[in-house]
Write a protein that binds this ligand. Structure first.
Ligand SMILES: Cc1cc2nc3c(=O)[nH]c(=O)nc-3n(C[C@H](O)[C@H](O)[C@H](O)COP(=O)(O)OP(=O)(O)OC[C@H]3O[C@@H](n4cnc5c(N)ncnc54)[C@H](O)[C@@H]3O)c2cc1C
Length: 403
């Protein structure tokens, strides 16, 4: 009987397992993850799970489903290597597993800053870290959030919700500027400030020291006291398995538009995959839930012998301070920005265009505009700035007329 091994036990493995069964694969499916948990999703870890510890939203592959679908889930098991000779998977208990195809969904881990560690310093990637951080977020706790990115914003939001006093340290001149540009980053920072967060820009953390009961965070702009420090400065892809297996690796595991690695019958998807994207004409590695899910489905179908390309525009969301933020596509630095609404308000959308084609969009509490932007990006339909900027116009209707 054929056997597919899905390495990682996260979003990628879960979606791939479901896709394989949905599309009729009747061979063995073995999901292998190094964490002690069955597959769970991470977005709630900085949101509702961090706030209240509700586990019900986490489960990606309920036991009932894996039992009825005959999918084996091995937890607490690390995959050390995929054999280039025969595709067999070597496990950390010394055993190996023959495989007809392997999917690497080994994800990423939280980036660490040397010297910023020890008691009271937290990172956030897994369940245990969320549990530990929640326990520390009590009313009146002084939290220093290192990093003004999306995860930083979400943790700040949840911490405020639990009654903490939050200071966000951003090394650059504007939070989120690298991701969405300085004007939009500043608008998002205003949402944080409106909720009472002290956002300090051009402020890099340089150290943490303990003076008796006190924790002192030193920064390029002086010292501040904290009870809790959370480091949210990005993620590092877990490429060790790929490297040890001899796969091509750059900023992640190199895959083509079909999620194929440099080794036959070995695929990669999700946060770890540096994928060749036809819409962009280059390789890119992204750390979004939607990318992991869609890529995993594409990889699974290709494992089954279909010829499917992953060419979706990248999309992600973030929930913070009572607002829903969404982004789709990729803007080039030279793209023009057209704002629908007013960046000083709570609801707005910024479209990015090259000529008369939308390349990307970012919205606060306007997810419907992101749906339209996705259509415009994938269809390549030309659109005038005035149509996008006109708040009284129904963009869905406009899209229908343009199509
Ligand atoms: C706190 C947090 C909040 C997030 N919020 C959002 C959000 O709001 N919106 C959004 O779009 N995205 C969000 N994301 C990103 C999203 O969760 C990730 O993009 C997604 O989890 C990636 O899935 P993955 O399967 O590639 O990797 P992961 O979910 O990281 O799973 C990979 C698993 O592989 C395991 N592993 C690694 N190496 C091995 C090995 N050799 N053997 C066995 N197992 C191994 C890892 O331990 C891990 O359990 C968030 C992420 C975090 C951490």
């Amino acid at each position: 009987m054929s056997r597919f091994v899905l390495v990682g036990g996260g979003q990628v493995a879960a979606v791939a397992a479901r896709t394989l069964r949905r599309r009729g694969y009747d061979g063995e499916i073995v999901v292998i993850g190094e964490e002690p948990h069955r597959p769970y999703q991470r977005p709630p870890l900085s949101k509702e799970y961090l706030a209240a510890g509700d586990e019900s939203a986490l489960d990606l592959l309920p036991e009932e489903w894996t039992d009825t679908q005959d999918v084996e889930v091995r937890v607490g098991t690390r995959v050390l290597k995929v054999s280039a000779a025969d595709g067999a998977v070597l496990l950390d208990d010394g055993s190996s597993l023959a495989a007809d195809a392997v999917l690497l969904g080994t994800g990423a881990r939280a980036r660490r800053i040397p010297g910023i560690d020890g008691p009271g310093v937290f990172h956030l990637r897994g369940r245990e870290e969320a549990d530990a951080l929640r326990a520390a977020l009590t009313p009146g706790t002084r939290v220093v959030m290192v990093g003004g990115g999306f995860i930083g914003g979400e943790v700040a939001s949840t911490a405020v919700g639990r009654g903490a006093e939050v200071t966000v340290l951003e090394a650059g001149p504007v939070p989120l500027a690298m991701a969405i540009g300085p004007r939009l980053g500043a608008a998002c920072a205003r949402l944080q400030q409106a909720a009472g967060v002290d956002v300090r820009v051009d402020t890099a953390v340089t150290g943490v020291r303990r003076e008796g009961e006190r924790m002192v965070v030193s920064t390029t702009k002086g010292d501040l006291e904290a009870d809790v420090v959370v480091v949210g400065v990005g993620a590092v892809p877990n490429v060790e398995l790929a490297v040890d297996s001899g796969l091509d690796v750059d900023s992640g595991v190199v895959v083509d538009e079909r999620c194929r690695t440099s080794l036959d019958r070995v695929y990669a998807a999700g946060d770890v995959a540096s994928h060749s994207h036809p819409g962009l004409g280059r390789r890119v590695r992204v750390e979004h839930f939607d990318n992991a899910s869609r890529q995993a489905a594409v990889a699974a179908r290709n494992m089954l012998g279909e010829e499917v390309v992953y060419d979706e525009p990248h999309w992600f969301w973030s929930d913070q301070f009572g607002h829903n933020l969404q982004h789709v596509g990729h803007a080039a630095p030279t793209d023009r920005m057209v704002v629908r609404g007013d960046l000083d308000d709570d609801v707005w959308t910024a479209f990015f265009l090259a000529g008369d084609r939308v390349t990307a969009a970012f919205a606060v509490d306007a997810g419907e505009d992101i749906a339209v932007a996705r259509e415009l990006i994938t269809s390549g339909i030309a659109v005038a700035d005035e149509v996008l900027a006109d708040r009284s116009a129904d963009l869905f209707e406009a899209l229908e007329e343009l199509a």
